[in-house]
Design a protein around this ligand. Structure first.
Ligand code: HEC
Length: 397
């Protein structure tokens, strides 16, 4: 496949993924907020657990929720499931196009673990499947009966998986997989639990039996999980653009903080929207702020080790030798790397002028973190990074 075709497939999948994801998150948040805003109406028909009044787009809506199911099946019933399925399908396709087909560049970092492409792909797919099986088993176990215990165990599972990913994949590959794992839990909650349970309720209705109320309760538990996981997953999916996150030596800890901060933000947003008294949700604000503050503090750039660079005299010839060997195959006016037709992000690194122009970005991506060269394909050593850093530090600003 040419680099040009690959770029277009990548872009179109990403676009579709965002569209489906936005639709899914919208409905997911809407229904949880709707659920929380239900009130008992005196004139409600039998079986109705709550009624909500809403105003939107020029009209008033009165929505009623049947706790188990209505007495008979309505002719028109909207299921709200393709948003979830399509988000997962486009996301998985994107994972394949970007990380599996080009695993050497994006997924494998020989300095972390020297994997063959097929091994990296096998770990990627097997870990997503194993993560779902573990999560589902936990939800069905005794721990699943207590919401707080369950939240803690699922949190530990995801953080542990993230730590595992950072031990086998490249920095970017690891955090995207953490996001993909959470996204997989969410999509399979819909596919394997929520929709099947609703189908069982419908089947019971059609055969004139009363549906088991447990079916709805379990489905609701999984929907609630999904809304708590949504905000962290969004951040993880864009983390690849922020080497301060992916390149951090304890990226798993940042992911833990993001889950706590994002989960609390979700709690606040949804409850605030439906009018829960501020006093009972205010605690989420300092927790979110603290999680973010600790993340900022953890990722603050360490001052370059002055002793390591002091006294290092690095000539222009030497620094260009380093960047020719490690950067220029991609970052050239005419890249020689087969995956790139033009320099990625138009960052051309061929002359000392180029290096000065992008000095702070190079410093961040190559000297302070190891996100460049991509996947460390060229096997850049720490000594070379430090020589490059010394040269950059010596340049006039
Ligand atoms: C195998 C190809 C490849 C090699 C080799 C490579 N890069 Fe990159 N570089 C990329 C890609 C792809 C991107 C765009 C990443 C993205 O989309 O976030 C990039 C982006 C960058 C950016 C811009 C980051 C930003 O956020 O704007 C800088 C700076 C950079 N690389 C520096 C380097 C340096 C310095 C080297 C050599 C030490 C290097 N790269 C080697 C592929 C490469």
């Amino acid at each position: 496949m040419t680099a040009f075709a690959a770029d277009w497939i990548n872009l179109l999948l990403r676009w579709a993924h965002m569209i489906a994801g936005i639709a899914w998150i919208g409905t997911s948040f809407y229904f949880i907020a709707l659920d929380l805003s239900l009130r008992r109406a005196k004139d409600a028909p039998a079986g109705v657990a709550g009624t909500a009044w809403e105003v939107h787009g020029g009209g008033f809506y009165r929505v009623e929720k049947y706790a188990v199911a209505p007495p008979s099946l309505p002719a028109h019933l909207t299921w709200f499931r393709w948003e979830a399925y399509l988000t997962w399908m486009t996301g998985f396709a994107l994972l394949v196009v970007q990380f599996h087909l080009d695993a050497e560049a994006w997924l494998v970092d020989p300095a972390v673990m020297p994997l063959d492409t097929w091994q990296a792909v096998a770990i990627s797919i097997a870990s997503l499947a194993a993560g779902w099986l573990a999560y589902d088993a936990i939800c069905r176990s005794r721990a699943g009966a207590n919401a707080v215990v369950l939240a803690c165990v699922v949190f530990a599972l995801v953080v542990f998986a993230t730590w595992g990913y950072t031990r086998v994949f490249s920095a970017r590959g690891a955090l995207v997989h953490a996001g993909a794992l959470i996204g997989t839990l969410m999509a399979f909650n819909v596919f394997a639990v929520i929709i099947p349970n609703q189908k069982k309720a419908v089947a019971a209705l059609l055969s004139g039996e009363a549906p088991d109320p447990r079916l709805g309760a379990v489905a609701r538990q999984r929907s609630v999980h999904n809304t708590y996981l949504t905000l962290p997953v969004l951040l993880l999916m864009v983390s690849g653009h922020y080497p301060m996150l992916t390149g951090h030596p304890h990226a798993w800890l940042l992911v833990a903080l993001i889950i706590v901060g994002g989960g609390c933000a979700r709690h606040f947003l949804v409850h605030h929207e439906v009018g829960t008294p501020f006093a009972s949700i205010a605690w989420t604000l300092p927790v979110t702020a603290a999680a973010l503050a600790v993340s900022v503090w953890l990722t603050a750039p360490a001052p370059l080790d002055a002793n390591a660079t002091r006294g290092q005299r690095v000539s222009d010839v030497e620094v260009l030798g380093i960047t020719d060997a490690h950067c220029a195959s991609c970052h050239a006016r005419q890249p020689t790397h087969p995956a790139f037709k033009v320099a990625p992000k138009n960052v051309v690194l061929e002359t000392t002028g180029d290096l000065r122009r992008y000095a702070s970005l190079i410093d961040l991506h190559t000297v302070r973190t190891r996100t460049m060269p991509l996947g460390n394909e060229t096997g850049m050593t720490d000594a070379e990074r430090s020589r490059l850093g010394a040269w950059l530090a010596a340049q006039p600003r």
